[in-house]
Write a protein that binds this ligand. Sequence first.
Ligand code: HEM
Length: 143
Amino acid sequence: MKKMIVPVVLSALAFSTPSYASHPMCGKTELADLMGDMKGSMKAVKKAVKSGDIEKVSMIANELMTAVNQSTDLVPLAISDQKTLTAKQQADFKKYQKGMEYLKSAVSELAQAKDLPAIKSALGKIGKASKKGHKAFKMDCDD
Ligand code: HEM
């Protein structure tokens, strides 16, 4: 019987979505602040797209890039709240930074987009980057 239970428990652990107990700093980090700014920029981008103002989209994309660049150097709370990282945390942080590099390339595409299809394609990539990044590295705050 025991032989049956161990694989079941192991596979349950392997396939469960990461859930972290919340943290007193959850949603209050420098990274969370920057992400909040990025959310504001994305809202402004969508508004500019609706009014067909391609130049404005490009302007906002460049602002967004500054926040993305700053975010790349900050360790997500779900990885660590300490300055010194263990080897495993360093490896996770590298993966996070890879996700941010992908986001950077999509934001740069958005800044250079000259027509609506190019804008839509860049926005699709940004959405994908954020969904994947949040699933892997964003802690769910309790409140
Ligand atoms: C333009 C794209 C993105 C937008 C608009 C965005 C937006 C947000 C928002 C609104 C939050 C919650 C902030 C709060 O609690 O006040 C957040 C948190 C977070 N996001 Fe993003 N995000 C984006 C892309 C990404 C990507 C690509 C990654 C990872 C590769 C990522 C990783 C995180 C992490 C780790 C947190 C939690 C902050 C912490 O650890 O303190 N985000 N994001």
